[in-house]
Design a binder for this molecule. Structure first.
Ligand SMILES: [Zn+2]
Length: 317
């Protein structure tokens, strides 16, 4: 009998009172926050979410815990999200993530983030989030906090250094740059090549398949023992719209990095079509012509089990 895979969602968010804050933002008629919300709605449309009004979506922790239950997700890594400079409030604070983890210690792991522009204070905040709040990893999004370069030695190396010292993984948003208010150049996964070389003990998780720098990203992850790639959000979009393209990308990733380097994440609540993606991943196979004519590797049950949970379990118990 086939065993159901152990599933870890390595990338999820929820919202705390965001609706109320969003309404406040609307009153301000802030162009940047309006544009950012429009982008979120567009993303939800792309994955077929039935209600496109972001503020009407079920997006609380309780909603997400129900999603975990419905989809047999055993553990989830919840990521902080600030974007205070865009929305005028912090979407999901370290404290809120820590509170969720404290209330669900067997189900949730938490990724903290800090504003790197705060210098030494940022390093102290990170240490506090890990040691005192009990969080498990560091999240970096180069679009957040006004934007930054992922290889910025002055700004980020002290934080990478601290993560290395604390022995925690770093999840880095790369690739997809929704909408026009953020700068694509900051999202190039190649910026992490220096970081992987300079911090060989640091576990680096390259989010979103580095899309649209996919091939470069897979090559880089295959090159560095301390790097992993996630299919987060891009899988949701491709499986919903162009599943054959996703299968091709999966084959390329497997060939370049091996299934021990690939992680699954949902990016709930941004891309909520989790049942569709999990159903696809548990039955995906490579047709004969792709294997024979293009030399694509087979996708085995073992590969899928690695991607859906076993790798995540190895990185973070
Ligand atoms: Zn995310």
């Amino acid at each position: 009998m086939k065993r159901a895979p152990f599933i870890v969602d390595t990338h999820a968010h929820f919202a705390v009172q965001a609706n109320k804050e969003y309404e406040r933002g609307r009153e301000r008629h802030d162009e940047r926050s309006e544009a950012a919300f429009k982008d979120l709605k567009n993303l939800k449309r792309l994955v077929g979410a039935d209600r496109d009004e972001f503020v009407e979506e079920a997006n609380s922790l309780e909603d997400y815990m129900a999603v975990m239950n419905d989809n047999d997700i055993s553990v989830s890594w919840v990521h902080q999200l600030s974007f205070q400079d865009v929305y005028g409030y912090e979407v999901l604070s370290n404290e809120a993530v820590a509170d969720a983890v404290r209330r669900n210690p067997h189900k949730l792991r938490g990724f903290a983030s800090v504003n790197p522009h705060r210098g030494k204070e940022a390093v102290r905040e990170l240490e506090h989030a890990i040691k005192d709040l009990g969080l498990h990893g560091f999240k970096l999004n180069p679009n957040d906090y006004g934007g930054f370069w992922l290889d910025d030695r002055e700004l980020l190396y002290p934080l990478y250094e601290k993560c290395s010292e604390l022995g925690i993984p770093v999840s880095v948003h790369t690739g997809i740059t929704p909408g026009s208010i953020f700068r694509m150049k900051h999202n190039n996964p190649l910026l992490l090549d220096d970081v992987a070389v300079d911090f060989p003990q640091l576990t680096l998780i390259v989010e979103h398949m580095g899309h649209p720098w996919n091939d470069l990203c897979y090559y880089m992850v295959g090159r560095h023992d301390n790097m992993y790639v996630t299919v987060t959000a891009v899988a949701n979009i491709l499986v919903h719209n162009r599943p054959q393209v996703f299968r091709m990308e999966l084959c390329k990733m497997l060939g370049q990095c091996g299934s021990h380097k690939i992680l699954w994440g949902s990016d709930w609540t941004v891309t909520p079509n989790i049942p569709e993606v999990l159903a696809y991943l548990t039955k995906v196979s490579v047709p004969f012509p792709m294997k024979k004519m293009m030399g694509m590797p087979d996708i085995t049950q073992e590969d899928i089990a690695n991607i859906l949970g076993l790798n995540a379990l190895r990185i973070l118990k």
